[in-house]
Design a protein around this ligand. Structure first.
Ligand code: AMP
Ligand code: MG
Length: 411
């Protein structure tokens, strides 16, 4: 083992550098049926008003408010999609159903529950307010109004709004395509029987889930070969079809650790070690376009082998980068102030992201440690609600203190 030649970079500096060197992906027009979770690439402007016509909010009678309190004649009906063709003059009304067009001449709708009907005469209550019980054209959306801004993630309401405004497709950013690979001679496939000294490859499945949840399309490369030329060929072939390479493991400088030398030979390693616990060997590289490949080249995240280290570095570095690629306005997890229920000791000379479970105490969120914070112990992250950032070289943070927590999920 030779000592790593890479400088130890501060977490924030490394994260900023990663984001700076991460490209924003191109735009594609996608059918709204497939837009859930996608990020709008352009502001959406209403081409027309909603509603487009004065639309009844209730079942009742369309009439003139000046006829309040009189018995007036019902001339016909305006149902949703079947407007009344005539005009409502003084002393007349039209039966109207919810969503029906308010007929010309009428200025209000009186609810069916408030009238007395006798043949084709309807007796209306008094007084009545002009403008009541119908939606004016443009009351919901005005033509020309900016309804959604670029960078918005499309959910059910946003997709419904786009459909209502007549957009069958929307401009969204491409999802990042990611090649995912584990490395290490000790790894066996899940479901296989580990021999002595072997362990099950769990990182690939954890990272597959994390990548998908962050919006990526993942191409699985399996367990990478431990032979430099075979590994190189696998990676070079994959790079033709993806935007991002995510290998885990193989980052220390021993003879079996091939990832850093490979990334160096393919491009530029910008970050080779970070002052982060867990996650010190985290590596970030940019790779120029390989022969015949269109586009911007690739970025690569070498994630540490220890399972918690790979997921914590994913949270700190990879997830915000994937969100930048997709055009998200907000790149980071939300943070909330929480009260520490334990004494948080600092991780020596590195910023530590400790895993905590949260519970509510009145209006406060209280953070309990998930126990041993060993980087191999996935139990420290399974069920954790948040990561609490503990600065290095410090007194630590005493129980009872309020700190900002990076929220993964709320209890
Ligand atoms: P490395 O970064 O290759 O030195 O890996 C450090 C440690 O992480 C190894 O000794 C393994 O115990 C563990 N590890 C590496 N890769 C994986 C993986 N894909 N799944 C689970 N554990 C792993
Ligand atoms: Mg290894």
């Amino acid at each position: 083992m030779r000592a790593s030649g890479y400088p130890l970079v501060e977490v924030d500096a490394a994260a900023a550098l990663v984001l700076e060197l991460t490209p924003v992906l191109g735009v594609e027009r996608v059918a709204i049926a497939h837009c859930i979770g996608r990020v709008l690439a352009e502001d959406l402007v209403a081409p027309a008003s909603l509603p487009a016509f004065p639309s009844s909010a209730v079942d009742g009678y369309a009439m003139r408010s000046t006829d309040a309190g009189k018995a007036i004649r019902v001339l016909g009906e305006s149902a949703a999609g079947r407007p009344f063709a005539g005009t409502i003059g003084p002393g007349t009304a039209a039966r109207i159903l919810t969503g029906g067009v308010l007929p010309d001449g009428a200025d209000c709708v009186v609810m069916v529950e408030e009238v007395r009907l006798d043949g084709d005469l309807v007796t209306t209550p008094a007084p009545l307010q002009a403008g009541s019980n119908f939606h004016r054209p443009g009351a919901d959306v005005r033509a020309g109004e900016q309804v959604l801004v670029a960078g918005t993630q499309l959910g059910a309401a946003e997709i419904g709004l786009a459909a209502a405004l007549g957009f069958p497709r929307l401009p969204v950013r491409r999802r990042p395509r990611v090649a995912l690979m584990s490395t290490g001679d000790e790894l066996v496939e899940v479901g296989g029987k580990p021999g002595r000294g072997q362990i099950v490859d769990s990182n690939r499945w954890a990272l597959l889930a994390a990548l998908r949840e962050a919006g990526a399309e993942v191409r699985g490369l399996g367990i990478g070969p431990d032979e430099p030329e075979a590994l190189r060929q696998l990676v070079v072939d994959a790079l033709r079809e993806v935007d991002v390479l995510v290998p885990s493991g193989g980052l220390s400088m021993g003879p079996h650790h091939l990832v850093k030398p490979l990334l160096e030979s393919l491009g530029t390693v910008h970050v080779g070690r970070v002052k982060l616990k867990p996650g010190k060997p985290f590596t970030f590289a940019t790779l120029p376009p390989t022969g015949g490949r269109r586009g911007d080249g690739n970025i690569a995240f070498g994630l540490p082998g220890f399972p918690v280290s790979s997921l914590v570095t994913f949270e700190v570095f990879v997830r915000p980068a994937l969100r930048k690629m997709q055009g998200f306005t907000r790149l980071q997890r939300p943070t909330l102030p929480v009260r520490l229920a334990y004494d948080a000791r600092p991780g020596a000379d590195r910023t530590e992201f400790q895993r905590v479970r949260l519970h509510r105490d009145g209006r406060e969120l209280v953070a309990e440690t998930t126990g041993s914070q060993s980087s191999s112990r996935l139990m420290s992250l399974a069920g954790a609600h948040a990561l609490v950032r503990i600065p290095p070289d410090d007194q630590g943070i005493k129980a009872g203190s309020i700190v900002d927590a990076m929220i993964l999920s709320l209890p």
